[in-house]
Write a protein that binds this ligand. Structure first.
Ligand code: WT7
Length: 636
C-alpha cells in the first residue's frame, strides 16, 4: 500500500512510478490478499494491445473487499442505504452482514448453474441488493455486466446478447423521485430476444404485481434464505475478467469494456485512498449509479477494498426538494461527497439558501467527476456546500481507465477551478497534434494520450479485441488515445476541453451521436439525421438533432414527440434530444460525409464563423439550416 501524505511524497511517488513502474505497482499491490503471488508485475504492448498486470497471481476481489476486513471490521458499517423517500428508514449493513448476504447470493447463483467465466447481467435500482448482486458474481467468478436501469428494454437486450449472459438479476420495480418504474416488465420485454438467458433472479422489492415465468424466474429472497452463507471464493487468475461495462463510442453500437481482476482491484483501492485522502472510519458518498463506472469503482469496489463505509442513495437530488443531498449528508454524517457537475448546476439553480441551511460539518472532501466543471459551479460547490473549508477535487478518468487518472489529491496537490490538475502517480500523459507528434512544453493544447499502462486500464472490448485496438490504440502509434482534448497550463496542470470525437457528454453520461442518430432514423418518416452536442446550462451538453423527413412536417411538435418516444424506447430517456430541427438537407462533402463542424457551430448559435463551405455539394442548405435554427426547435 502506498499512501501519499503531502506534496513532497506525491512528487516522490510520481517519479518512482515513472522511473520504475513495476517496482511502484508491485509495492502498491503488496497488502492485498493474494492466494498466489505474481510472476510478473506487468506484461504489455500497446500495438496488439496486451495489458496484463500481476500475471501469475491468484486472488478474489471479494476476499479483499470482505473477508480480509472481518477480523477488525465485522461490526463496522459497510453500506448505508438511503432510500428514495426520506420518510422511509435508512438501512445499514455491517461488513459481517454484507459478507454473509454476498455469500448466500453467490451460492444461489451457483445453484442456478452459474460458473466461473459465465456472464451475469444485473439490471437493478440503487438498493443494497445491487451491490450484493455485483459482489456475489465476483465471489463465484462470474463476470458481471451491470446495465443502468434507466436504459430501455431494447438497449438491455442488446447488452445481454452481446455478452451472451446466462442469468439476469433484477427487481420487480424501482422508485425514482415520485415515479415508480416497472423494472421486471422491462426485463421481460428484453428477454423475448435473449434465448441465452436461463434464469432471472428477481428481488421483490416493492411488492408490485409482476409477470412470472415458471422455471425461469426465481424469487431472490427465497433463494437467499435457503442458501448457505459459506461460499468459498472462486480462485481467480489476476488477468481473469472481473466485469464488462458497456459504453458509447463514435460508432453506433456500445462496446463492452472489459476489466480484469487484479489490476482493477489494485488501481481502484489505490486511487480511492489517495485522491480522497480517505481516513479510517470515514463515511463516503458517491452519488453515481452503479450502472456507470463511477458506481463500480467509487461506490462499490474502492471504498469496500479500503474498509470504508459507503452510502448508496436510491433517490434523485431534487426530490422531494432541492435540499435532499444536504439532508443525506447531515443524516449520515458524510465526510466525503463525490458527485457530478450536472447535479451541482441543477441544485445551484434553486439558490444557495438550500445548502446554507445545513452546516454539513462532517464534510471534509468534495469531489467532482464525469464532465468538465465550469468555474461558477466549482465556486458554488466550494463555498456553499464545502463552506470554503473542504478540499475540492475535480477528477478526470473514463470507463476504460477504471479509476481516476488526473485529479488533485485532496488537500495535497493544489486546486485550480476547472482544472483536473496533475496526473496520479503512474499516469504518463502526453498531448499530441493531429499527426500524432508530441506537443512539448507548457501552455499548450492537444489530443490527450497515455503512453504507459496503469493497472486499471481496460483489457479488451468484449468479444471483439480488434475493436479495442482500433478504437483506442490505432489513432496514434504506441499510444492510448482518450478521445479528449486537453490544455496544459503554465504550471503543467491539465484542463479537459471535452471530446474531440463524435461522443457527447450529457449530464455526465457518455453518448455516441451515431447511436442517437440510428435511433432517430427508426422513426417511419425520418430519412436521415445528424446529432451534435451544444452547450447546455445544466446538462453540460444538450442533444441537438437535425432531421430530414420524407415529406414536409405539418405538425412539428407532434413529430418531435414521436421522435423522442422512439429514442426513449430504443435507448432510454437519457438520450432524448433537447432540440430537433427539421431540415431539407444536411451539409455534406462531395464524398457524402456530413460536415458536423458546421452543424456544431449552428447548434452553438455561432453561425458567423463557419469557415470554408465551398467543398459542400449544396452550400445553400447551410443558409436554410441557419434560418431554421432561429425558430423554436426545443422539444421540452
Ligand atoms: C469521459 C468519460 C469518469 C467516470 C465517469 C465518466 C469526460 C470525465 C471528467 C472531468 C472533464 C471529464 C471525458 C471522458 N470526463 N471526467 N473531471 N472533467 N471531463 O466516464 O462515461 O467513460 O466518460 O467523460 O470526456 O473522456 P465515461
Amino acid at each position: 500500500m502506498i499512501k501519499i501524505n503531502n506534496f513532497q511524497e506525491y512528487e516522490a511517488a510520481f517519479s518512482f512510478a515513472q522511473e520504475q513502474p513495476e517496482a511502484f505497482w508491485g509495492e502498491v499491490a503488496k497488502d492485498f490478499v493474494w492466494l498466489k503471488p505474481w510472476d510478473q508485475v506487468l506484461n504489455w504492448d500497446f500495438e496488439n494491445p496486451t495489458i496484463e498486470w500481476y500475471k501469475g497471481a491468484q486472488t478474489n476481489i471479494t476476499v479483499n473487499c470482505l473477508d480480509r476486513h472481518l477480523p477488525q471490521r465485522a461490526h463496522q458499517t459497510a453500506v448505508i442505504w438511503e432510500p428514495n423517500s426520506p420518510n422511509d428508514e435508512a438501512v445499514s449493513l455491517t461488513y459481517a452482514e454484507l459478507h454473509s448476504r454476498v455469500s448466500k447470493v453467490g451460492n444461489a447463483l451457483r445453484k442456478m448453474g452459474v460458473q466461473k467465466g459465465d456472464r451475469v447481467c444485473v439490471y437493478m435500482p440503487m438498493i443494497p441488493e445491487l451491490l450484493i448482486a455485483v459482489l456475489a458474481c465476483a465471489r463465484i467468478g462470474a463476470v458481471h455486466s451491470v446495465v443502468f436501469a434507466g436504459f430501455s428494454a431494447s438497449s438491455l437486450s442488446d447488452r445481454i446478447i452481446d455478452a451472451d449472459a446466462k442469468v439476469v438479476l433484477t427487481s420487480d420495480g424501482a422508485m425514482r423521485g415520485n415515479k415508480t418504474i416497472a423494472i421486471k416488465e422491462i426485463v421481460d420485454e428484453a428477454l423475448l430476444k435473449c434465448p441465452s438467458v436461463t434464469n432471472v433472479l428477481c428481488f421483490k422489492y416493492l411488492g408490485m404485481p409482476i409477470h412470472w415465468v415458471e422455471g425461469r424466474d426465481l424469487d431472490w429472497s427465497l433463494e437467499e434464505l435457503m442458501a448457505s452463507d459459506n461460499c468459498p471464493p472462486e480462485v481467480m487468475e489476476a488477468t481473469d475478467m472481473l466485469f464488462i461495462l458497456y459504453t458509447s463510442g463514435s460508432t453506433g453500437k456500445p462496446k463492452g469494456v472489459v476489466h480484469s481482476t487484479a489490476g482493477y482491484m489494485v488501481y481502484s483501492e489505490f486511487t480511492f485512498r489517495n485522491m480522497f485522502q480517505y481516513q479510517e472510519g470515514e463515511v463516503f458518498w458517491c452519488t453515481a449509479d452503479l450502472g456507470w463506472i463511477t458506481g463500480h469503482t467509487y461506490l462499490t469496489y474502492g471504498p469496500l477494498l479500503a474498509g470504508a463505509t459507503t452510502v448508496v442513495f436510491e433517490g434523485i437530488p431534487t426530490w422531494p426538494g432541492p435540499d435532499r443531498f444536504w439532508q443525506v449528508i447531515e443524516r449520515h454524517s458524510v465526510n466525503i461527497l463525490y458527485t457530478a457537475p450536472t447535479a451541482i448546476r441543477s441544485l445551484m439553480s434553486f439558490g444557495h439558501e438550500y445548502p446554507e441551511r445545513y452546516p454539513m460539518e462532517s464534510l471534509r472532501v468534495l469531489g467532482s467527476v464525469g464532465e468538465p466543471i465550469n468555474e461558477e459551479a466549482w465556486h458554488w460547490y466550494h463555498e456553499h456546500v464545502g463552506k470554503s473549508r473542504c478540499a475540492l477535487i475535480d477528477s478526470w478518468w473514463q470507463t476504460e481507465t477504471g479509476g481516476a487518472m488526473i485529479t488533485p489529491l485532496a488537500g495535497i496537490t493544489p486546486e485550480k477551478p476547472s482544472y483536473a490538475g496533475l496526473p496520479m502517480p503512474g499516469v504518463q500523459l502526453l498531448l499530441v497534434d493531429s499527426e500524432g507528434n508530441e506537443i512539448h512544453g507548457n501552455n499548450v493544447e492537444g489530443n490527450l494520450c497515455i503512453k504507459f499502462p496503469t493497472p486499471g486500464m481496460l483489457q479488451t472490448t468484449y468479444g471483439d479485441h480488434e475493436r479495442c485496438r482500433q478504437t483506442y490504440f490505432s489513432t496514434y502509434k504506441n499510444l492510448y488515445f482518450t478521445g479528449d482534448g486537453a490544455r496544459r497550463d503554465e504550471d503543467g496542470y491539465y484542463r479537459i476541453l471535452g471530446r474531440v470525437d463524435d461522443v457527447i457528454n450529457v449530464s455526465g453520461h457518455r453518448m455516441g451521436t451515431a447511436e442517437v442518430e440510428n435511433a432517430i432514423n427508426e422513426h417511419h418518416t425520418v430519412i436521415e439525421s445528424a446529432v451534435v452536442g451544444y452547450p447546455h446550462e445544466v446538462k453540460g451538453q444538450g442533444i441537438y438533432a437535425f432531421v430530414i423527413t420524407e415529406h414536409a412536417v405539418h405538425d412539428q411538435d407532434q413529430a418531435r414527440k414521436e421522435i423522442i418516444d422512439v429514442v426513449s424506447k430504443l435507448i432510454g430517456p437519457i438520450a432524448r434530444p433537447d432540440k430537433i430541427q427539421f431540415v431539407r438537407g444536411l451539409p455534406k462533402t462531395r464524398s457524402g460525409k456530413i460536415m458536423r463542424r458546421i452543424l456544431r457551430k449552428i447548434a452553438e448559435g455561432d453561425a458567423t464563423s463557419l469557415g470554408d463551405i465551398t467543398t459542400l455539394t449544396d452550400p445553400t442548405v447551410v443558409k436554410d439550416i441557419i434560418q431554421g435554427a432561429l425558430v423554436a426547435v426545443n422539444t421540452a
